[in-house]
Design a protein around this ligand. Sequence first.
Ligand SMILES: [Mg+2]
Length: 221
Amino acid sequence: MAISVIDQRCLSGMLIFVADEIARREADLNALDAAVGDGDHGITMRIGFEAIRERLGQLDPATPIDGILRESGTAFLGATGGAIGVVMGKMLMAGGKALQGMQEIRAQEFQQLLTAMESSVAATGKVKPGDRTILDAIHAAAVAATAPGWASKDLNTIVDLAASAAQGAARTTADMLCRVGRASRLGNRVLGHPDPGAISFGIILRAMHHWITISAPGSHS
Ligand SMILES: [Mg+2]
């Protein structure tokens, strides 16, 4: 049975579940990055999420949703280097700011979260959809989550739609040339290889959805 709302305790459990999934995919993500960059994307993501896990373990269990997201962002940013560390860290902090004062994440708050994260990544990375970055996956997720008819959908469905859109968009980056960052020097050699950051975002949302589907109320205590 899937849960229908995410409260602060659920959010911590979900982020730890995502950290586990990222750690499992570290080698795949490194291999993707090696095709277009320096091969460290999986390492960076694993270190960032390990820092989130550690920070969550230190937080007061009463820390609200916005505090959890801000602390997660600060932890990721502090533990990692490079553009992706800044982008991911600020993205999580922006998500926290957008959900200030919220007690629960339902479909509407999840949309607000995605929209805020998209704005943050666009501003921090100075990128647009189509630039072959993590933003392509986030943008697709935000569009899917706010598509007409969303109000009749529950959290489980919205996160599923967002995850599928992110994963699809991430695969599509393999057909794009790179305009920004180090990989832009590779020209058409990037074709056929998806952007590792976009793939990571798809993994994060898919893991979130997986967690929602396996977490019945009361099963996480
Ligand atoms: Mg790299």
